[in-house]
Design a protein around this ligand. Structure first.
Ligand code: ATP
Ligand code: MG
Ligand code: MG
Ligand code: MG
Length: 568
C-alpha cells in the first residue's frame, strides 16, 4: 500500500474521553471514530487490523474442521420465544418492529437461529458431528458501553455452534475448539490464559474462558502456581458446612449497601467465625436485567475484622432476581454462578429475593473452594479489589496443589458445552443409528474479534504508541523515504524495495507522503508498524538501509541482502 493513496489521520492530542490506553491509542491512531455510545466506525486503518484478526480466526476454525456460514443479524421474536430468551435475555436484547408491527431483535448471539437451521437441515446422525460458524456483527445493548470497542454495543464476534450425537463426541468437539482457541491466541502473539468457568446447574461437560492478561481487564482470574488450576473467579472460599443464613430478613439486611464488621455479618448469617469463613456473594439483577452484585467479604478471625458490603456504584436501581433469571444466567453466562468444584447440580431456591440468592450461594457450599459468582467489575473501587486480592491470593487451591495468585484479564473467548438445552427447547432432533429421534448435544464457542484488537493494544504499547504483534499489524513493514521529492534515487530505491517485499508476500506500507522524518516516524510508531526501513540518500551512498524493529532502541544499518533476511 502506498500511504499517499490511503486514508490515515492521526492525532497529536490525547483524547480526553478515553479511560484506558487501548481506547486512547485507537483514537489517536485514527483506527476508530465514535458514532454514538458503543457504536464505532472502523477507519480503513482499523479495519486492516480487524481483518488480520479475522483471518487468523477463520484459518484456525477451518483447520479445526468448522464450516463457515452466515446467519441474519435481525431475527424474529417467535424464534427467541421458543427458548424463552425473548424475555430472559433482558435489557441487552435490542428489539425492533417492522412496518407490519412484527417484532425482531438484533442478534446478540445466535443459538436460536443456528438451531433453527439445524432442525431443518440435520436429520440423521450421519451428518454429525458438525460445527457451523460465522464471523459477524452482534448487537448487545450493554448497560455501560465503555473503553471503546472493548465493551461496545455493536461488535464483531466469531460464533460457532457444534452438534453431536453423544457426550463423547461433544467432549471431543469441545477439546478441538479449546485447542483451536489456544492456537488463535498464540498466533496473535498475545499473553493469554484459559480459565475454568463452572457450568453450574445447566450441566454440560465444561466451560472455559480465554483471557488476555492486562491490568485494565474487567475480570479477575485466580490460578494456582502448583497445578494447572485456573478459574475466572472472582471470588471464593467455602463457608463452613451448615453455615446457613439464619434468616431471610437478615440476609436482606446484608444486601444493602453499607459497611459492617465481620462479626455483624457473621451474626446476621448465622455463620460461626472461623478460618474457613471467607466470602459470600449475593446476586441480583438490575432493572434492565443485567447482572449486578452485592459483594460481601468476610474474613476469618485471624484476619482484619472488617467487611465491606458494596453495591456496585452507578448501575441503576437494584431489584430482586427471579429464579428464572438466575437459571437463565446460568445458561447464557456459563460459569457465572455456582460452586467451582461442584459437579452436582446446584439447588436454586425458588424464593424471589436477593436473600434467596444469598441462601443459594451459601447453601451450595461445602468445604473447599467455591466461586461465589461475583462479577468483578472495574466499578469496584480499587480498595475493594485489593481486599478481594488479599482474601484470595496466597490461599491453598482448590485442587490441593500450590497457592492461588490473582491477575486481571480481558475475556476474548469463551467455549461452552451446552448440552441439549437448545435442541430440547426448539425440538431439534436427528435419527440415531436405531432410527430413534434424539436431541443433538450442542457446544457454542465465541471469540471477540473486535475486542481482541483493543486487548492486544493493552498488552503491546509504549509512550510512542501501539506495538503490533506481526500477525495483527496493519502492515508488517513500513518503508520510509527521506526527502523523496528532491531525490529521485531515494524514490527509485524505496519503490524497488517496496515491490520486492510485496512480491515476497510481506505486507508492506510505502510512506511516500513526503513528510519530514520526525512526523513520518511518529506516525509509524503511533500506528504500531513492527518493522521500519528508512531509505535515505546517505544510506544509499553507503549501500545500506536503516532498519529498526518497533521494540528496538537503536536502528541498525543493513545492506539489501541482510535486510531481506531480517524481514524474511
Ligand atoms: P463479557 O463478560 O465481557 O460481558 P460475555 O461473557 O457476555 O462477555 P460471550 O457471550 O461469552 O460474552 O460472547 C463471546 C465473546 O464476545 C466474549 O468472550 C467477548 O470477547 C466478546 N464480547 C462480548 N460482549 C462484548 C462487547 N460488548 N463488546 C465487545 N466484545 C464483546
Ligand atoms: Mg456480557
Ligand atoms: Mg463473560
Ligand atoms: Mg462469556
Amino acid at each position: 500500500m502506498r500511504l499517499s493513496q490511503f486514508h490515515l489521520r492521526t492525532e497529536k492530542e490525547t483524547p480526553a474521553e478515553a479511560e484506558i490506553i487501548s481506547h486512547r491509542l485507537m483514537l489517536k491512531a485514527g483506527m476508530i471514530r465514535k458514532l454514538a455510545a458503543g457504536l464505532y466506525t472502523w477507519s480503513p486503518l482499523g479495519l486492516r487490523v480487524m481483518r488480520k484478526v479475522e483471518g487468523i480466526v477463520r484459518e484456525e476454525m477451518n483447520r479445526a474442521g468448522a464450516i463457515e456460514m452466515a446467519l441474519p443479524l435481525i431475527q424474529p421474536m417467535d424464534l427467541w420465544e421458543e427458548t424463552g430468551r425473548w424475555q430472559k435475555f433482558g435489557g441487552q436484547l435490542l428489539k425492533i418492529k417492522d412496518r407490519k408491527e412484527q417484532e425482531y431483535c438484533f442478534s446478540p448471539t445466535a443459538e436460536e437461529a443456528v438451531t433453527e437451521f439445524a432442525r431443518n437441515e440435520l436429520t440423521s446422525y450421519k451428518q454429525l458431528p458438525i460445527n457451523l460458524y460465522q464471523i459477524s456483527t452482534k448487537f448487545r445493548d450493554e448497560i455501560r458501553p465503555r473503553f471503546g470497542v472493548m465493551r461496545a454495543r455493536e461488535f464483531v464476534m466469531k460464533d460457532a455452534y457444534s452438534f453431536h450425537l453423544d457426550a463423547a463426541s461433544l467432549d471431543a468437539g469441545y477439546r478441538t475448539m479449546y485447542d483451536a482457541y489456544t492456537r488463535i491466541f498464540t498466533r496473535l502473539g498475545l499473553k493469554f490464559r484459559a480459565v475454568f468457568a463452572d457450568t453450574g446447574a445447566i450441566g454440560g461437560t465444561a466451560s472455559h474462558e480465554f483471557h488476555v492478561l492486562a491490568n485494565s481487564g474487567e475480570d479477575a482470574l485466580a490460578w494456582s502456581d502448583g497445578s494447572d488450576y485456573a478459574a475466572n473467579v472472582e471470588l471464593a472460599e467455602a463457608v463452613s458446612p451448615g453455615a446457613r443464613p439464619a434468616a431471610t430478613e437478615a440476609l436482606r439486611d446484608i444486601a444493602t449497601p453499607t459497611q459492617k464488621t465481620c462479626e455483624d455479618v457473621a451474626a446476621l448469617m448465622g455463620i460461626p467465625l472461623q478460618r474457613t469463613v471467607k466470602s459470600v456473594a449475593v446476586m441480583g439483577v438490575d432493572a434492565d436485567g443485567n447482572d449486578q452484585f452485592v459483594l460481601a467479604l468476610v474474613r476469618g478471625d485471624h484476619a482484619v475484622n472488617e467487611i465491606k458490603l458494596t453495591k456496585l456504584a452507578g448501575l441503576g436501581e437494584y431489584r430482586m432476581a427471579t429464579e428464572d433469571e438466575i437459571m437463565e444466567h446460568l445458561g447464557s453466562e456459563p460459569g457465572f454462578l455456582g460452586p467451582l468444584n461442584a459437579k452436582k447440580p446446584i439447588r436454586v431456591i425458588a424464593d424471589r429475593s436477593v436473600a434467596a440468592m444469598a441462601d443459594f450461594v451459601v447453601g451450595a457450599n461445602k468445604p473447599g473452594f467455591h466461586i461465589a459468582g461475583v462479577n468483578w467489575s472495574r466499578d469496584l473501587a480499587e480498595a475493594e479489589v485489593a481486599d478481594i486480592r488479599n482474601v484470595i491470593a496466597g490461599d491453598p487451591s482448590p485442587d490441593g496443589h500450590g497457592t492461588l495468585g490473582i491477575a486481571r484479564g480481558i475475556e476474548v473467548g469463551h467455549v461452552f458445552a451446552l448440552g441439549d438445552k437448545y435442541s430440547q427447547a426448539m425440538n431439534a432432533t436427528v435419527l440415531d443409528a436405531n432410527g430413534r429421534a434424539v436431541h443433538p448435544l450442542m457446544g457454542c464457542y465465541g471469540v471477540g474479534v473486535s475486542r481482541i484488537v483493543a486487548a492486544a493494544i493493552e498488552q503491546n504499547h509504549d509512550d510512542a504508541g501501539i506495538i503490533w504483534p506481526d500477525t495483527m499489524a496493519p502492515w508488517t513493514v513500513a518503508v520510509c523515504m527521506i526527502n523523496p521529492k528532491n531525490d529521485p534515487a531515494v524514490t527509485a530505491a524505496a519503490e524497488a524495495l517496496y515491490e520486492e517485499l510485496q512480491q515476497r508476500g510481506i505486507d508492506t506500507l510505502l510512506d511516500d507522503r513526503g513528510l519530514r522524518p520526525g512526523s513520518m516516524f511518529a506516525d509509524m510508531e503511533l500506528i504500531g508498524i513492527p518493522h521500519r526501513v528508512v531509505v535515505s540518500e546517505r544510506g544509499l551512498a553507503a549501500g545500506q538501509f536503516e532498519y529498526r524493529h518497533r521494540r528496538a532502541s537503536e536502528a541498525e544499518s543493513l545492506d539489501r541482502d541482510a535486510l531481506l533476511v531480517r524481514l524474511g
